[in-house]
Design a protein around this ligand. Structure first.
Ligand code: HEM
Length: 233
């Protein structure tokens, strides 16, 4: 981008807002916010292994201040929307820059995660819609209780297709996330011959650990490690 693109009054500001640099910064910021949520949500969910009371108390605590909850929900919704809209805008910019595409794609430097970014993103978004109808509103849950989150999760995952679809969805999310975390640094202009490969390795590890963490919950229900409280009696 030329220096004139970021200066020169309102026309310059408009050009800056339309620049690839600004859009990549939006992707990095919104991606970081979403990553923060996914990290907090994982830590919160893992409390299921500490028993029904612990998880239900934690869920009640989250809902104890509805103003804070709705502020957090609004920030999340705005971040998801900006992340998706900016992705589409960047795709259009890429298509305009290279309308014909490569005769033969060289994938030697790309990874499965980077090649599937445009597919994993929408699939994760579709999963989140299903997930909200399943565990938040209870619309798609067979025995939903607004206060017993522990039972909602256990009963929900006792259906094998549901448990398996969650494992597939969190797999896609973690694939998306592992590439997203490393591109966040690139988007912020950080590129270093020694540190960049390390960042990529850490991002891959984060993807694997988050997958293990999230998938452990439906897997534990399927294996009978996590059971509905009445079964213990
Ligand atoms: C095995 C994996 C997961 C489990 C067991 C799980 C569990 C839950 C539960 C029980 C709730 C409702 C909490 C409550 O009402 O107090 C919830 C809400 C939610 N989950 Fe998950 N979740 C999982 C994965 C994910 C993933 C991967 C994402 C995002 C990509 C996600 C995004 C959300 C969102 C946005 C909400 C709504 C939060 C709100 O109330 O504002 N979840 N989840």
């Amino acid at each position: 981008m030329s220096p004139t693109a970021i200066s020169g009054g309102s026309g310059g500001t408009l050009r800056f807002l339309e620049s690839t640099i600004f859009k990549k910064a939006v992707m990095a910021l919104t991606g970081a916010i979403l990553f923060g949520f996914v990290s907090g949500h994982l830590l919160g969910n893992l409390q299921i292994f500490l028993g029904p009371d612990r998880l239900n108390e934690y869920a009640a605590f989250l809902k104890s201040n509805m103003e804070v909850l709705w502020i957090a929900r609004t920030v999340l919704l705005l971040s998801v929307t900006a992340h998706i809209v900016t992705t589409v805008q960047l795709m259009r910019i890429n298509q305009t820059a290279r309308p014909v595409g490569y005769a033969k794609k060289n994938n030697s430097h790309s990874t499965l995660a980077s090649r599937t970014m445009y597919y994993s993103g929408p699939m994760v978004a579709a999963f989140v819609v299903y997930h909200l109808l399943h565990f938040t509103t209870g619309t798609l849950h067979p025995e939903f209780s607004p206060v017993d989150v522990y039972s909602n999760v256990v009963v929900g995952f006792q259906r094998l297709p549901v448990a398996i679809s969650y494992i597939v969805a969190v797999g896609l999310l973690c694939l998306h996330l592992s590439h997203g975390v490393s591109s966040l640094f690139q988007s912020l202009g950080f590129s270093h011959p020694q540190h960049t490969p390390r960042i990529k390795a850490v991002a891959r590890l984060v993807g694997i650990l988050y997958f293990a963490g999230y998938a452990s919950i439906p897997a534990a229900v399927m294996l009978g490690i996590l059971r509905a409280p009445s079964v213990h009696l």
